[in-house]
Write a protein that binds this ligand. Sequence first.
Ligand code: GLU
Ligand code: MG
Length: 476
Amino acid sequence: MSTTTAEQQESGPAGAGPAVDSGQSRAERAARARVAAARLAAEGVAGVVLSWVDNAGLARVKAVPVRRLEAAAAWGVGAAPCFDVFLVDDSITTSRHIGGPAGDLRLVPDLDRLTRLAAQPGWAWAPADRFAQDGAVHPGCQRAFLRRQVAAAAERGLELRAGIEIEWVVALAGAPGEPPGYPTHGPAYGLHRLVDLSDYLRDLLQALDEQGLTVLQLHPEYAAGQFELSLAPEGPLAAADTTVLARQTVRAVGNRHGLRTSVAPVVEPGAVGNGGHLHLSLWRGPRNLGRGGPGRYGLTGEAEAFLAGVLAELPALLCLGAPSPASYLRLVPQHWAGAFQCWGLENREAALRLIPGPPGEGAGSANAELKCFDAAANPYLMIGAVLAAGLAGLGTHRSLPAEVPGDPALLPPQQQVPRLPATLLAAIAEYRACGLLREAMGDPLYEAVLAVRQGEHELFGGLPPEQVVAATRWRY
Ligand code: GLU
Ligand code: MG
């Protein structure tokens, strides 16, 4: 059992929760930030963006001049707790524990991820952890939630590696309400699109590379103006941070090319949407537990139990991974969005797609892909909740149901598998009934998320798809 050191006790506001962050004292953080700020200033950086992702899935920010980075690292930057109950349209709801105009939190930049932004000259970025004024971890802090799940896995000697695919649509800049016009009309996955947007895509690759992100693939996707980027797997917190940084970079590079970016679940009603598929693999030390085991396709018992736990909780997990009413316009059969609660080898219509990887490629590439999630999700919440569900599956030695090898929509009636919730309201009902998530998230965070989901259901629930899409298209 760990004890609190005197230094931790006295570390005060933004003592930055030594139990859950890199463990540095205020003085150490300040010293580190001073060196980093001097380097950034010499490189021409004027401002540092501190971002967190709210429960609606939007990245919100405060920025500081580079010479204030040291103070921000030591003491944090003020931010209202009511951001936890902001909705996607910036209206503000309230929840049982969090809401109202009063109070203040401290945003503390995580210097491990401090990055000079290649496509926003003069700017750097760092994700922020959120603390109360007295230095306690804010119970609504989504990054802290994810850190807790990572620690729970580590207690069992397990580590998750994760990567979120980034799908987005680029459109020609226009008025906010207008349906998008596209800068390329090339075919799905077509070479035309790479030719039409060659400079943009090159600049994107360069910017991501300069920021230290490892791109595995970039390709045109199915829908009009749609592209996809996959990034190398990382630890859960790093993967969530990377997602925030990569999306910001896609947007910034697009702006420099006169293009507008949307990662909204649906950009055109009825069309294929933007997924935010989560790839994951479970490791014990150097061993990928998804390969070389005695189970189906080489799964070890632990990997199977973990995945079975996730699969069982998917209806409730949708509230975190597919959080918007618009998410359910995307999550429909035969759109490769994974609308059915089943798993299958390389099956793009199953919510859980098992990817053992090519035989020669080594154990590293074996992973599972959760396809039902989209880019409106807060990546910290999504990955943290998946970890919690997987660990619960491990605890109860769950096993996977029968595999679904083809399109679940075409199964005869007697073999049908459950569809995932088809509306946000149905997902909210599952989330409400999910004690596991309430316990893992803690009441304040769990309730704040619930309030935001209910608020967005009330905003958009009764509207026709065209209006939901028009209202959300440019918000994400
Ligand atoms: N765009 C699809 C979605 O909404 C996914 C396509 C793919 O399999 O990458 O999730
Ligand atoms: Mg894709």
